[in-house]
Ligand binder design. Structure first.
Ligand SMILES: Nc1ncnc2c1ncn2[C@@H]1O[C@H](COP(=O)(O)OP(=O)(O)O)[C@@H](O)[C@H]1O
Ligand SMILES: [Mg+2]
Length: 374
């Protein structure tokens, strides 16, 4: 079998100090294909090239690494299986052009290679409203939202009337807006309904910006009540390899660093059973523990979510991240966690997921998946 892996995300990186043993001999020429600038002349190795190097080193098949320039028909047709760690969504983000999204997708559909992750999964995950509604229908906990199609004639005044009504129903003064699929710059924003109604300028200019973003799949502006617990309690990112639970990381993102272009400020926490004290002593801040009984509950919900993914001939995804948000008043005990998001080529946080060898885990999951495809 002839395997290719498309790389080039240039983010989600790991510093050389934290390389696992098997990664230490990675050639500079490979690093250069996907590295992230950290400032001060320093670079981190992007997670996609780390994973790809693992597969290349340990798979019994020939594994070729492709980059942006190789996303073309003649190239794709040379392979039996293509793993798109750099996927249509990343490409569109880079080019800022919706045409590259349809171009890459068409290539996936028409090439003779099996492409992973499957398009059906991509489409599902990029339509947050669609999967949130599906999860809700199957009694998976999610939080409510309303949505507005992103189009030229969006009217911020009528939108605000609807949002105001909804905020009263939710009993909240604060709401958040996030464009779907998001990731093109104008992201998440928190609003105070009273202030917005008394002066609509900021909201209008936000809508103006949202309209100018690249639109792919089903462009929507999602509105949710502001969940203050995101700022104080851990969002638990659970990782699943070929349908089985692998590990988790809790994160609290400093809200002032959200929706801006720079690095997000993040605090991390880890499940009790996965907690590696020795490893975490090397961190800038000693991370907290996440109660194991919470993880047990989230694993149950996660399994349900996996059942609800679109069925694909290639089977369950080799990698999936299910993020759970919290609406509790207790940081360590589980009550009302909900599914906030699903990701199919998620950030792995290799710099902060050193309690497991996350690049190896994903590499192994890919090797396992390739075996199953035969
Ligand atoms: N309803 C909400 N209330 C408060 N904060 C939120 C809410 N939804 C999302 N956030 C914050 O914004 C971050 C990004 O939102 P998320 O839904 O994960 O979208 P994405 O990761 O695609 O940008 C979350 O990790 C969380 O910190
Ligand atoms: Mg997220």
């Amino acid at each position: 079998m002839n395997i290719a892996i498309v790389i080039g995300i240039k983010t989600d990186s790991i510093s050389e100090d934290r390389y696992p043993q098997w990664l230490q001999d990675i050639p500079q020429s490979l690093i250069n294909k996907s590295k992230e600038y950290w400032g001060d002349g320093e670079y981190g190795l992007a997670s996609d090239v780390g994973v790809a190097y693992y597969v290349q080193k340990f798979s019994k098949h020939k594994v070729t690494l492709l980059t942006k320039k190789d996303i073309q028909r003649t190239k794709f047709n040379q392979f039996d299986v293509i793993i798109g760690l750099y996927d249509p969504y990343y490409l569109t983000n880079d080019t800022n052009d919706p045409k590259s999204y349809s171009y890459y997708n068409r290539l996936i559909q028409t090439s003779k290679a099996t492409f992973l992750q499957p398009l059906s999964l991509q489409r599902f995950v990029l339509n947050k409203e669609l999967y949130i509604n599906k999860l809700k229908k199957h009694h998976v906990p999610v939080i409510e939202h309303i949505s507005f199609p992103i189009r030229e004639n969006m009217n911020s005044k009528t939108m605000l009337q609807k949002i105001n009504k909804q905020c009263s129903k939710w009993g909240t003064q604060f709401f958040i807006t996030k464009p779907q699929p998001g990731g093109f710059g104008t992201g998440f924003k928190k609003w105070d309904i009273t202030k917005v109604l008394s002066n609509t300028n900021k909201f209008s200019s936000y809508i103006h910006k949202v309209k100018q973003e690249v639109r792919i799949e089903k462009p929507l502006l999602l509105i949710q009540r502001f969940v203050p617990e995101f700022e104080t309690f851990y969002e638990v990112r659970t990782y699943w390899m070929n349908g089985s639970y692998s590990h988790s990381i809790g994160t609290i993102i400093d809200p002032t660093s959200l929706g801006t272009s720079g690095f997000e400020e993040v605090r991390f926490a880890y499940p009790e059973n996965e907690y590696d004290t020795k490893e975490f002593q090397t961190y800038d801040e000693i991370p907290e523990k996440i109660d194991q009984s919470l993880i047990t509950k989230l694993k149950k919900i996660g399994k349900q979510v996996i059942q609800l993914l679109p069925k694909d001939p290639t089977g369950v995804p080799f990698l999936l991240r299910i993020d759970f948000g919290c609406c509790l008043d207790n940081k360590h005990v589980c009550r009302d966690y909900f599914v906030n998001e699903i990701e199919y080529v998620p950030n792995l946080f290799p710099e902060y997921a050193t309690h497991v060898d996350v690049l190896q885990i994903v590499g192994k999951a890919i090797i396992h998946k390739i075996k199953q495809l035969k």
